[in-house]
Design a protein around this ligand. Structure first.
Ligand code: PMT
Length: 221
């Protein structure tokens, strides 16, 4: 349907919490269920986009009508994004990407020790910041999950990562963020007043995020 606002456009969506391996049976991860990213993938498809969902492991069924790329660690998510970035019109980073990983992955199960076990972590690349640095035509949407100073930290992410939009969720608020079926967010964009989207299903929040993004892109064009 050529009348749809994202007709024929390539949209990349990331979802889920990355897994950073420690050994063959253990990894570091977070509480992301993938629900927000999957809802965004479905909403973008309904607006006519060619959607690629780059997903860390989740318990969710693959959404219909979208290309699906399974990843696990931040490193594999980064590779999948960079390979598709040049051809994308819009990128939505809803995944909860680990900031740290273990510098080595043990080949065998780490054995219990008699004393405490020290874990040293290495910094992961900031994928959103990297995409922001390489941005040309893409409309780049990041998220910010915060438990304090929501708008201050989200504003810093908007600027430092060169995103076109940051979707900020206060994940300490009831029914908001990780694993819930609902979310409430504030959308930050440069040169625009923050826009609050009150508590609603992740499906509704996803549609609203895309409406705001499309309205901004129209202004920029
Ligand atoms: O999956 P759900 O259970 O539905 O929960 C949804 C959600 C809470 C995971 C989602 O709404 C959300 O906020 N996603 C971003 C979580 C996150 O990692 O936030 P952050 O503030 O740590 O990161 C900021 C942005 O940078 C994010 O777009 C993130 O994808 C990106 N990032 C972070 C770290 C990193 N090394 N590389 C990145 O690209």
């Amino acid at each position: 349907d050529t009348s749809l606002p994202l007709h024929g456009q390539s949209v990349l969506v990331t979802a889920g919490g990355t897994r950073e391996r420690l050994d063959p049976v253990r990894y570091l991860t977070n509480n992301s269920s993938g629900k927000m990213g999957y809802a965004l993938a479905t909403a973008a498809r309904k607006l006519g986009a060619k959607v690629t969902l780059i997903s860390a492991p989740t318990a969710l069924p693959q959404p219909a009508g979208v290309a699906y790329v399974a990843v696990d660690s931040a490193a594999t998510m980064r590779t999948a994004l960079l390979a598709r970035y040049a051809d994308a019109q819009m990128v939505i980073m809803a995944a909860a990407v680990a900031d740290f990983r273990s510098p080595t992955v043990a080949a065998n199960k780490i054995k219990k020790t008699a004393t405490d076990y020290q874990l040293t972590l290495t910094k992961n690349p900031d994928i959103l910041a990297e995409l922001g640095q390489q941005k040309h035509h893409q409309f780049l949407i990041g998220f910010a999950a915060e438990t304090q100073n929501l708008l201050t930290y989200a504003q810093q992410k908007l600027t430092s990562k060169h995103a076109d939009m940051i979707v900020a969720n206060d994940v300490s608020s009831p029914q908001v963020g990780f694993d819930h079926d609902t979310n409430a967010v504030t959308i930050l964009q440069s040169n625009q007043a923050p826009q609050q989207l009150p508590l609603a299903s992740k499906e509704v929040i996803a549609q609203q995020i895309l409406q705001v993004a499309l309205a901004t892109r129209k202004l920029q064009a």
